[in-house]
Design a protein around this ligand. Structure first.
Ligand code: GDP
Length: 443
């Protein structure tokens, strides 16, 4: 599945891969191509647009890690963005209630609803649940018999057919009989429809009223792409869906329905149908699916490992330097960067000696992302020598640094003062022998 989308994205990343450093223009070009690839995969336009906006921002703002290329890092950002779009965690069935739990299956005719009912019943039976299925489809000839045949194949009980009985009454009978016979789960296979039509919607609502389902799963055919998403939107306006099952994912090379479903309907995809056979269904794992789409699991884990090892290295290097009572501008900068990675100051500010005081001096209290970036820019404008020995910075150099970083001499003074305070605090701490505890916190 998703083959053509995988190919397209693969091409985009191949072009980035050889680059040692990515410019903003490189990222923007790549993201434009990602957007085209998503649209060709039939992803809904607003979904593709907001996805690309989000990941562009992340890709441009990110510090490049040592030991991976910027291109590899972009792969990781897109990968995480896909997971986010698909719904992050696997959404389980929530049927942990006093039995019998009711699962109502809804969807258009031919979407694979009856097959999927049997597939899920089989999964639940394998988990040790006592399951009953009932077909409420009195419109399609032989629909009830079809479910009975599937029930026999998977050895799951189906509600005996009573000719002429209407859907709401069948539902009532199913619940009563499940209660009496101690079933854990009742699956109601409601009537399909050719398109969204009001009479059948009303019938579905009437059944929901008496059955009070824990799960209402909409079955849609992934091959119908954006139509599947539109069907899901109209159903979710009428009944309280709890999830979506996408069928025929085995034949879906484009993936548009899967990728847009969550964003457009707000409902998780709970299962993916992967073939006609009754064991061909899988819980929908956003992480695995994102991995399959990109087909670059190796790159993703490489970047993850690099990020971890760099944090580790930084902490160790810092610990070594502190043990010697050293704290220069490079140390300050790596602290600031860590704070930015952690999304703000909060906890860390309190942990670094002198930080609270320096922070107050710098920003009159609040220290936000902007200030961190400004401090980083000032350090960038220093020479290597100055970073190691800030006391070398004289009045003339302060003016240059302020100019180079778009700040003022006062800002530079504040930064230098902050550094000095932190350095003093580090030295004091070392003398007091409190370093061990402190290092523990940093490590
Ligand atoms: P219903 O009208 O919605 O109840 O649809 P059915 O359950 O009768 O399924 C219609 C057809 O789709 C049948 O031939 C099924 O075997 C087929 N089908 C259902 N799910 C899948 C799937 O995940 N993959 C494939 N390839 N075929 C499926």
């Amino acid at each position: 599945m998703f083959d053509s989308l995988s190919d397209r994205l693969g091409g985009v990343f191949d072009r980035l891969r050889g680059r040692g450093a990515l410019t903003e223009a490189d990222v923007r070009t790549a993201m434009r191509e990602v957007r085209v690839a998503l649209l060709e995969a039939d992803v809904a336009l607003p979904v593709a647009r907001s996805f690309v906006e989000k990941i562009t921002e992340q890709a441009i703002g990110q510090n490049v890690l040592r030991s991976v290329t910027p291109g590899q890092q972009v792969v990781k950002i897109v990968h995480d963005g896909l997971i986010d779009m698909l719904g992050s965690d696997t959404a389980e069935l929530e049927i942990d209630v006093t039995p019998p739990a009711v699962i109502m299956m809804v969807g258009l005719q031919g979407s694979g609803k009856t097959t999927t009912t049997a597939k899920i019943a089989r999964l639940l039976k394998k988990q040790g649940k006592k399951v009953m299925m009932a077909s409420l489809d009195v419109n399609r000839p032989a629909a009830q018999e079809q479910l009975a045949v599937l029930g026999t194949q998977i050895e799951v009980v189906t509600l005996p057919i009573v000719a002429g009985q209407q859907p709401v009454d069948i539902g009532r009978r199913a619940l009563q009989s499940a209660k009496l016979q101690g079933f854990d789960v009742v699956m109601l296979d409601t009537a399909g429809r050719l398109h969204v039509d009001q009479a059948l919607m009303d019938e579905m609502k009437a059944v929901a009223d008496i059955a009070r389902p824990q799960e209402t799963l909409l079955v849609v055919d992934s091959l119908t792409g954006q139509d599947a998403v539109n069907v899901a939107s109209s159903f979710s306006e009428q009944v309280a869906l709890t999830g979506v099952v996408l069928t025929r994912m085995d034949g879906d090379a484009r993936g548009g329905a899967a990728l847009s479903m969550r964003a457009v309907t707000g409902k998780p995809i709970k299962f993916a149908g992967m073939g006609e056979k009754l064991d061909q269904i899988e819980p929908f794992h956003p992480k695995r699916v994102a991995g399959r789409i990109l087909g670059m699991g190796d790159v993703v884990s490489l970047v993850e490992r690099a990020a971890e090892s760099i944090q580790q290295e930084d902490a160790e290097r810092m610990a070594n330097r502190l043990a010697k009572g050293q704290f220069d501008m490079n140390d300050l900068r790596s602290q600031l960067q860590q704070m930015r990675n952690m999304g703000g100051l909060g906890a860390l500010a309190g942990m670094i000696p002198g930080m609270k005081k320096a922070q107050a001096a710098m920003a009159g209290g609040a220290m936000d992302e902007k200030i961190l970036l400004r401090m980083d820019a000032m350090i960038t404008s220093m020479t290597v020598k100055e970073r190691g020995k800030p006391e070398l910075i004289n009045a003339k150099r302060k003016i240059r640094i302020a100019k180079g970083s778009g700040t003022t001499v006062q800002d530079v003074n504040k930064l230098l003062k902050m550094h000095l305070e932190m350095q003093t605090a580090m030295k004091k701490l070392r003398k007091m022998g409190g370093l061990k505890g402190m290092l523990g916190m940093l490590g």
